[in-house]
Ligand binder design. Sequence first.
Ligand SMILES: NC(=O)c1ccc[n+]([C@@H]2O[C@H](COP(=O)([O-])OP(=O)(O)OC[C@H]3O[C@@H](n4cnc5c(N)ncnc54)[C@H](OP(=O)(O)O)[C@@H]3O)[C@@H](O)[C@H]2O)c1
Length: 304
Amino acid sequence: MHAWIPGRRGAEPIVMAEVDRPRPSPDEVVVSVEAYSINRGETFLLEAPPPAWRPGKDVAGTVVRAAVDGGPEVGRRVVAHPEQGGWAQEVAVPVGKVAVLPDTVTTTTAAALPLAGLTALRMIRALGPLAGRRILLTGASGGVGHYFTELAAGQGALVTAVVSTPQRGRRLIERGATELVDDVEKAEGSFDVVAESVGGSTFPAAFSRLHPRGLFLWFGQASRTPPTMDFFDWRGGASATLRKFSYVDSDIPDGEDLATLVRLVAAGRLHAEIGRVESWRKTPELVRALVAREIRGNAVLTVD
Ligand SMILES: NC(=O)c1ccc[n+]([C@@H]2O[C@H](COP(=O)([O-])OP(=O)(O)OC[C@H]3O[C@@H](n4cnc5c(N)ncnc54)[C@H](OP(=O)(O)O)[C@@H]3O)[C@@H](O)[C@H]2O)c1
């Protein structure tokens, strides 16, 4: 079968190659991939790929081989969150990382759900009750930002979204964001929660907007620049809590949370923001576009 694999150093970051079909463990289904999405974290890994690693954590398609241990049968449409290898015609996925799709949710929409959706859902869970709380969200125009904004606003939070241009924030307003700012320094007032994923100078600037006993959720570093903090910067968050967040740290299995995301989408309470949909042959082009901040929300590739 065909799959995208990391390219040679100094050449194209990924190349299409002929690889072996998946050999599933007893607890794995094999999914014929119809669509997948690209995550920023995967673009980082492509710069220095681990040995034998292949990209692809977000897929949707049809089960072509059931697991020995149960789970969805052959022919069921599913969304899945494999460890790797999903930018391919087929991928093996543990049944605990798969959710069945209703007819109303397309594979293109579903492919945009796993990593970004799981992260947003688990961030919401980490924050506790949100009604009436003010949240400052940086890097808001990406995949995580759109889901997080809609889920938080749906619970009554007031979300201030930091985006580079009004165009990149347009849908965030439709999904319930209270206001947009194009620079974190322009965010006014005191925030109960800051959710930060850009790093560099954005980190301390966002921290300084915190309520004295606010919560700072640190969930990424899209700029690749580690933040520097000054203890004696008393502008905000004087006695705040700083939590480093990883979506992997969850007591609820991926499959269950994927099913929750699918239910919310089917009910019209959560929307995938898919900035671009292209044939999977254009994967290298979309990787470049994502890195260059040209894609709002998620980029989805369809396997033809
Ligand atoms: N902790 C976890 O468990 C976890 C899980 C998934 C993702 N993440 C991280 O969460 C962040 C958001 O993920 P995502 O999938 O939503 O990413 P994404 O779609 O690439 O969005 C990231 C956004 O950050 C903004 N940004 C601001 N400064 C940037 C810079 N210097 N370089 C690149 N982007 C910049 C961009 O929006 P503007 O151009 O509008 O500013 C971009 O749309 C990423 O850092 C990702 O690595 C963390």
